[in-house]
Design a protein around this ligand. Sequence first.
Ligand SMILES: Nc1ncnc2c1ncn2[C@@H]1O[C@H](COP(=O)(O)OP(=O)(O)OP(=O)(O)O)[C@@H](O)[C@H]1O
Ligand SMILES: [Mg+2]
Length: 412
Amino acid sequence: MPGKDEYIAAIDIGTTKIVTLIGKMKKNNVLEIKGYGISECHGIKKGIVRDINEATKSILNSVEAAEKNTKMFIDSAYIGVTGKHISIINNWAEISIHSPSKIIKKTDLDRLLANANKLTLAPQNEVLHTLIKQFVVDDEKGILDPVGLATEKLAVELLVVYGSSTLIRNTVNSIRGAKVEIEDIILEALASGEAVLTPEEKDSGVVLLDIGGGTTDVAVYKNKKMIFTYCLPVGGDLITNDISVGLNIPFSKAEEIKKKFANVDYNFYESLNRVNMDDIKIDRNKATLNIRLYSIVNSRVKELLVLVKEKIESYGFMYSVPCGVVLTGGVSQMKGIINMANTVFSLPARLGVPSDAEGPSEVVASPIHATGVGLIKYAFQLKDFSAEQPEERKNGGLLARFRELVNKILKN
Ligand SMILES: Nc1ncnc2c1ncn2[C@@H]1O[C@H](COP(=O)(O)OP(=O)(O)OP(=O)(O)O)[C@@H](O)[C@H]1O
Ligand SMILES: [Mg+2]
């Protein structure tokens, strides 16, 4: 585990790009990104390795670019994972407090968490995170640190995030093929949430949407904790594909048009006179072209947002997220998408870029790098560094201690 003022590396394996970042947590709790390397991603789509040699080559390119950029050697890194194989399960455990004083001690907590960790998953699955949602002390809910309280009965509610062992192993093997050891594996939605959400949003309730090239990672936060996550295997590549097919142009040209001109709001097109008609060898009628582009991106983006909304609704979270929706990832830069999210969800919506991070502006101010920056932030959170903490807490907060119980894959 890293100490403060110590550099660590993180690798964000996205569908469109692989980013390796090097950063450290400064003493004032601001993250410093020293540098990064970026490569095109081949062999991995939507979080799933399809060609191990291609994947390893892409990872190596990204790692070497980061080493060149920072003049530092990377021998180990924190890795982000996502994909539709990721699932969650809620778990619950409780114990009685036997001591005469009924005061909860650290050893009671260890006993409770050991009980909670007895959950058995099907052998094809691997636990990624066991996150504490809340403690319940007698029947009082929402307790975040119960040590020192008096009670007869102590309970914990957990969110267990797990994924397919073989798919995670393929990612691990592609990284190891690039001669990088893995420090830990972190869910990408959790990393992005760490990078872009404010403490108040996480406390009051918020939905995070990281819309990338191949996946939309969703996370719901309430009472300072992630309480739900979900990966929809749909992202910006599908919008590009629709434009490519709809306008009968190559994917690369469609991608360019999407980034430069696409807007989900029709009003924008009325004033648009910048599309280079010579480049698009199809319809010469600008008005028709604009209507087509509008209807393609409007319907696809709306469909994506509605799918996420329906999922959130089906779990009953719509009334527990007063801070609304925070959009990040490359597609959050699509013109008009924030207003559309506001309308679709009937909740406030904003763009999420990394906060409390210093370094190259193209990284620390960009929603495309929310996951990468968040991986470094989350890695530092896995250890409780605060010098003000009592001695027994310095060696790892609850999160870190519980984390040690997982990740069998990394040990063999
Ligand atoms: N200005 C823009 N307008 C619309 N879309 C954009 C814009 N900039 C980037 N994108 C889209 O964002 C997507 C890439 O986002 P991002 O870099 O977050 O994805 P990724 O991390 O590679 O993939 P994933 O996380 O889905 O595996 C691409 O589809 C790209 O076209
Ligand atoms: Mg991504």
